[in-house]
Design a binder for this molecule. Sequence first.
Ligand code: NAG
Ligand code: NAG
Ligand code: NAG
Ligand code: NAG
Ligand code: NAG
Ligand code: NAG
Length: 484
Amino acid sequence: MVRFCLIILAVTLCRASAQKLFPDNFKFGAATAAYQIEGAWDEDGKGINIWDTFTHTAGKIRDNSTGDVASDSYHKYKEDVAILKDLGVKLYRFSISWSRIMPDGRPYSINQAGIDYYVNLVKELIENDIEPFVTLYHWDLPQYLEDLGGWLNPRIADYFGDYARVVYTALGPYVNYWVTINEPSTTCVLGYGQGILAPGKTLIGDGVYLCARNSLKAHAKAYRIYETEFKPLYNGKVTINIPSANYYPKTNSTLDAEAVERVFEFVVGLFANAVFKRNWPQVVIDRVANRSRLEGYSFSRLPEFSEAEIDYISGTYDYFSVNLYTSVIVEYKDETAISTPSYLLDMGIPVSINSSWIKSTASWLNSDPPGTRNILNLIQKKYNPSEIVISENGWADTGDLDDQKRITYLKEYLTNILSAILEDGVNVTGYTLWSLLDNFEWADGYSQRFGIVNVDFDSPLRNRTYKSSADWYKRIIEARAIVD
Ligand SMILES: *[C@@H]1O[C@H](CO)[C@@H](O)[C@H](O)[C@H]1NC(C)=O
Ligand SMILES: *[C@@H]1O[C@H](CO)[C@@H](O)[C@H](O)[C@H]1NC(C)=O
Ligand SMILES: *[C@@H]1O[C@H](CO)[C@@H](O)[C@H](O)[C@H]1NC(C)=O
Ligand SMILES: *[C@@H]1O[C@H](CO)[C@@H](O)[C@H](O)[C@H]1NC(C)=O
Ligand SMILES: *[C@@H]1O[C@H](CO)[C@@H](O)[C@H](O)[C@H]1NC(C)=O
Ligand SMILES: *[C@@H]1O[C@H](CO)[C@@H](O)[C@H](O)[C@H]1NC(C)=O
């Protein structure tokens, strides 16, 4: 580039190259999820899902709110696509509401209005030169399937496979990037372990592992169905989505290093190892088996996979989809005495954050952007994917329109991501910022705002207004470089 600059003396081009450009194959995008933005919770034949049930139960959501209307994207999707186009976004990650297209989750009843909604959305995106990036499952299980045990029921893999086939059939011709399940670790630990998210079950000793096993089998089923029935036709890419913190050891001691490794395997490896390598991580197998035995169980609370199951799940990915928000600090702790069985005691290491990282009053999640570069390198080293897409990364505040802190945070994040790409050779090909719109933030309701575009939740019209960060993101996308 230096020679090129000298020859033509093109000052602006030289400055751009000095600025470091995002590579040509890197796509800037934005992300949302069905329950958080669509609203229309009981319209046009949609069935009830576990988030409808959860939000309609008193005491579950911090501000007593629901996603009944949310950002009303079900009715305003064309406006949202126009915003994406104006921002210059090339990749839009959204999820399908299972109960909108299969009201009780079963294949005998397909709701055509639901299918039409997603086909129209996808066509609108493509007409505007935006690639659809589809998540099959982002936490909103049809209530009927929850009544059958939800993610604790081994049969969920078969129901999920039938659902995936319906979606692939309808949207297959238009979609290149697929995620089967978003953040199964969050569902299993917070939904079936601690009860903070729907369906609100507190089964932290046993449920987490049953949920993990069934999620992996469901993911693999959906992957294999695509692989055999749809890939020959459309050649899309399918994977599972995994969130990861960046894990710092508290000190440079060997014990803290071991603790980091253990926490990583319990949190990330529990879902990634079987897919990107084989079977559960060994440290998880050993520790859960040991503690189960000492608790008097005749079996491990971590249900084993057969060799055939290991083969079936292993290799079910075409890229790595990771959600990145924060770093945490890990400090070794001596073995906790046997008491009530718990996934957290199986892990046996509490994590903390450095309070100096917290820059937002709305959420502790927003901390330490430099950790991004570490974690991208670790994922590359551990799992060696040919391609990584950062499918979520964002900042929560309480709704400022002039959101300078969000800009600062995202800028630091993208700077570190760019370093991972250019200096470390990590092949990050996409970034879908969380989130396009202010939306319903699960148990935190509307008290946390992640959008770069404000939604007026006090108005039935749910008007959209750009925040400063939307204008900034537009400039970044245009420059393909970190700009102010
Ligand atoms: C939510 O509802 C409960 C009673 O159901 C009430 O005590 C609480 O103050 C409400 N919280 C908010 C933020 O409205
Ligand atoms: C760990 O070691 C590195 C250099 O090897 C040093 O930069 C860092 O400050 C040390 N960290 C701690 C917490 O001691
Ligand atoms: C499991 O227990 C055995 C002995 O009962 C011990 O040698 C081994 O270190 C333990 N493994 C783990 C991972 O805790
Ligand atoms: C927290 O971060 C501050 C500023 O980077 C640093 O000085 C301090 O040592 C950190 N504390 C811990 C416990 O890591
Ligand atoms: C990065 O991933 C893309 C998409 O799979 C691929 O075309 C490209 O060759 C990869 N680049 C490297 C350096 O591996
Ligand atoms: C809200 O949006 C509607 C169109 O959806 C528009 O007609 C109206 O002028 C907007 N109101 C405000 C206050 O911006």
